[in-house]
Design a protein around this ligand. Structure first.
Ligand SMILES: O=C(O)CCC(=O)C(=O)O
Length: 287
């Protein structure tokens, strides 16, 4: 598997997506952001927005883009299924996104092995830098414990609303790496990595599409496949205020595009939802 992804927990695939696809994504995403209510944006002030892409079948071509699937194959990520995706758009002059990790299967031993069980594909729709809120990550934190694991209560409503901007989860952390991006680039992250985004200090909106895929689908524990299928189907949501839209409701033409990526439910109960790693089971990290 891609050494950078295994060792650091992220990989940068530059110039992957064609310009015309990026232009279409910008157009539909700007319209979706414009439709977001003030209440939605206030509830997600730290993210900027958290719009489920299942609300717009126009995203089908991105989910199934051959450039993304080939890029992931080049990293050794095979047998993919799609779980969910979000339009995360930080307005100009907005605060940092809090440090968090996105994995929810920590109750299982397989979560403490090197091989990722879920990856995020991040498609920034404009040039990003530290100034306008690019991604930042703590290399290796997908496998090794870090001080911040102790203070994380990821996706808690108060953190999303930014009730205390002085909280350490919004600040720079020792060892962080900035991951700027250009339109057409793709950043791939292991769902377990600690990451966040800098404040957007510019006058301009910064739009991101995050897509969550599961590689090595047939080998994943049954409970993980069950939870992923439930999320795809809109039966559960990791986000409490989300209305649980699902691509199952897309027109047949859009649904057909992603048919090979639909996670089939294996039957049986989902894994216990657990977003907190047992840091004793992770390798201790040296500062
Ligand atoms: O807004 C960003 O740059 C990062 C988004 C993120 O952390 C996520 O989708 O999990």
């Amino acid at each position: 598997m891609g050494r950078e992804l295994l060792a650091r927990g992220y990989a940068h695939l530059p110039c992957l997506l064609p310009d015309d696809l990026v232009a279409r994504l910008i157009r539909i995403s700007a319209a979706n952001v414009a439709r977001a209510s003030a209440a939605h944006r206030a509830a997600n002030r730290s993210q900027g927005s958290l719009i489920n892409i299942a609300t717009d079948p126009g995203y089908a071509e991105l989910v199934a883009a051959p450039e993304i699937l080939n890029g992931l194959a080049g990293l050794g990520l095979a047998d993919l299924r799609f779980q969910s995706g979000f339009l995360i758009s930080k307005p100009g002059h907005s605060p940092a996104l809090f440090w968090h990790q996105d994995w929810w299967g920590w109750s299982l031993g397989s979560s403490y092995h090197a091989r990722p069980q879920q990856i995020g594909v991040m498609v920034y729709l404009g040039r990003t830098s530290v100034a306008n809120g690019c991604l930042r990550a703590l290399p290796g934190s997908h496998l090794r414990s870090h001080r911040l694991h102790g203070s994380i209560t990821a996706h808690e409503a108060g953190l999303s609303r930014v009730e205390d901007e002085g909280h350490e989860l919004y600040q720079s952390a020792q060892g962080e790496v900035a991951l700027p991006s250009k339109p057409g680039d793709v950043l791939v992250i292991d769902a377990r990595i600690l990451h966040s985004a800098y404040p957007n200090t510019t006058d301009h909106e910064r739009m991101l599409l995050t897509l969550w895929y599961h590689p090595f689908w047939p080998d994943l524990p049954r409970g993980i496949r069950a939870h992923a299928a439930n999320v795809f189907d809109g039966a559960v949501s990791d986000i409490s205020h989300d209305s649980r839209p699902t691509p199952r409701g897309w027109p047949p033409r859009a649904l057909r595009k992603i048919a090979a990526l639909v996670p089939e439910h294996p039957g049986g109960p989902p894994v216990e939802f657990d977003r907190r790693p047992d840091t004793n089971r992770m390798e201790a990290v040296r500062d």
